[in-house]
Design a protein around this ligand. Structure first.
Ligand code: CA
Length: 234
């Protein structure tokens, strides 16, 4: 069963989250501040972290950034809890690497639907093992991505779990145009009820990482005006 870490300073909400998560049989741990949460994350290597945005001292954005930069072997899914829907715009703007956003107040049903949708994704992309394009090597089994360089060794590109899945989905069918809704269905799962602009945020991060910091070159992922996105490697 999956391990879920809850980082939430409000005791009542933490307790509600814990009750929900445990009722589904997940293994659950709770931390009440960012620093303790990060320590628990390193110790437990959870599959999913439910992370409150507003935490004392170190806020959820900072915690999420540190999780993504930690270099641990197992990259967890991060679901960010926000107090108001509007804050989602702000978080997406930060591009910290959260995989989903859940506004408070939330219903236990919605919480569990989203947890299941995220955890189910771990099982995907088993059909083909490798995708090779002129400049990219994507290993679906090891979940690694390398940029082929002309005069040196291939360069590893470090992606979060969902960033990897978005890239693998696009690269598996070069030239195919995906709408945001199709990408959400395929990568996040049909249960996803959040804002489809989350797709734009992932594309932005992927371009940044694949472009080695030079997002202007828009490598590999083309915007198809008025429709969505397509993979292109020429
Ligand atoms: Ca809080």
């Amino acid at each position: 069963m999956a391990t879920i870490l809850i980082i939430e300073d409000e005791v009542n909400i933490a307790s509600l989250l814990q009750t929900c998560v445990e009722s589904e049989g997940y293994c659950c741990h709770v931390a009440y501040d960012g620093k303790t949460g990060l320590a628990a994350f390193r110790r437990l290597e959870p599959d999913l972290i439910i992370l409150d945005l507003m935490l004392p001292e170190m806020d959820g954005l900072e915690v999420c950034t540190q999780i993504r930069q930690s270099g641990v072997r197992k990259d967890p899914y991060v679901m960010m809890l926000t107090a108001k829907g509007e804050e989602i715009d702000r978080i997406i703007g930060y591009s910290t690497g959260a995989d989903d956003y859940l506004p408070k107040p939330f219903s236990p049903t919605e919480l569990l639907v989203r947890i299941r949708a995220l955890l189910r994704r771990t099982m995907r992309h088993q059909e083909t093992l490798k995708i090779e394009t002129p400049h990219l090597q994507i290993d679906l089994e090891r979940r690694s991505v390398f940029l082929k360089a002309l005069e040196s060794d291939a360069i590893a590109v470090h992606l979060s779990a969902l960033e990897f899945d978005v890239l693998a989905t696009l690269a598996n069918r070069p030239g195919r145009v995906w709408t945001r809704t199709q990408l959400l269905d395929h990568v996040w799962g049909g249960d996803f009820t959040g804002d489809d602009r989350i797709v734009d945020s992932y594309i932005k991060r992927l371009r940044h990482k694949l472009g080695q910091g030079n997002a202007e070159s828009y490598p590999f992922i083309k915007t198809v005006s008025g429709v969505g996105y397509a993979f292109e490697d020429t």
